[in-house]
Write a protein that binds this ligand. Structure first.
Ligand code: NAP
Length: 258
């Protein structure tokens, strides 16, 4: 069986996807910076499932990281049939007083790394027969988001790119799906600097496990866009039909710094 390569597999949504795929018997390549956590996860999976797990610890923002991952997979002669571009970060706060270095690193991780990995792995995926690319975007992709301004823009990029690539790769028998979770209970908000004001959205947060289940169900049906959870689906519809100005004001009110 072909491997699923998951970036950002050490925690949150990536880890939940790894556990779900392993339970379904899919061998995995787990990628993130935290080697110890990845090895621990690999051992944990090994206790319950008979699947091969490879760990590749790397900072995706380090020089030539996507190329190194690709070269390693080729060297190991791994047949990769699923690429899950999940690693991503957010930066919360007023843009003008935020750290531009953090914003630029986020652009690189959320967009460039995803594009490069996708580009490099297409030939390998093609060899797998039927293959999948799952790009992790967000419901943030559906409207502009004050105080998450650059983050939301990166996720719109992921969504737009995925939709276009889906069409291009149809003939190559590579399905491209884009996962758009809403607020999810992971370390994402703390890492983004949203701690302290995050309680407002705690009641709508889904678990990473529920997001992962929904993602894999959506992949089975090869949906173009997968939106886990009923309220997130409603939100996506509303952002399409409500006037843009109103949506942005509402988001601004919800996420304003207190
Ligand atoms: N949580 C939400 O509310 C939410 C909603 C919509 C979309 N998303 C998206 O879902 C994806 C996963 O987020 P999450 O919620 O699961 O967040 P998370 O728990 O913070 O996980 C982020 C993952 O990315 C990895 N990562 C971060 N920077 C990296 C780097 N430079 N190199 C390699 N790996 C790196 C982290 O591993 P290491 O720290 O070990 O490197 C971790 O495994 C992201 O793309 C995020 O934008 C999240």
């Amino acid at each position: 069986m072909a491997y699923a390569l998951i970036t950002g597999a050490s925690k949150g949504i990536g880890k939940a996807l790894a556990l779900e795929l392993a339970a379904a018997g899919t061998p995995l390549v787990l990628v993130a910076r935290s080697k110890d956590i990845l090895q621990q996860l690999s051992a944990e999976i090994g206790l319950n499932h008979k699947v091969d797990i490879k760990v590749f610890a790397i900072d995706l923002l380090s020089e030539q990281a996507p190329e190194k991952i690709y070269a390693w997979c080729v060297e190991q002669q791994l047949q990769v049939g699923m690429l899950i571009n999940n690693a991503g970060v957010g930066v919360y706060g007023k843009f003008a007083s935020s750290s531009i270095d953090k914003q630029v690193s986020m652009l690189a991780l959320n967009q460039e790394v995803m594009v490069k990995l996708t580009y490099l792995f297409i030939p390998l995926l093609q060899q797998a027969g039927k293959a999948h690319i799952l790009n992790v975007s967000s419901t943030a992709a559906f409207q502009s988001m004050p105080y998450f301004s650059v983050y939301a823009a990166t996720k719109s990029f992921v969504l737009s790119f995925s939709r276009a690539l889906r069409q291009e790769l149809k003939r190559k028998k590579i399905n491209v799906s884009c996962l758009c979770p809403g607020p999810t209970d992971s370390s994402f908000f703390d890492e983004a600097g949203y701690e302290g004001v995050g309680n407002d959205i705690n009641y709508v947060k889904m678990t990473p496990e529920a997001v992962a289940k929904s993602a894999l169900r959506g992949l089975e049906y090869e949906y173009a866009v997968i939106i886990p959870g009923f309220s997130n689906k409603i939100g996506a519809v509303l952002s399409r039909i409500l006037p843009e100005g109103l949506t942005v004001k509402a988001v601004s009110y919800l996420f304003r710094p207190r």
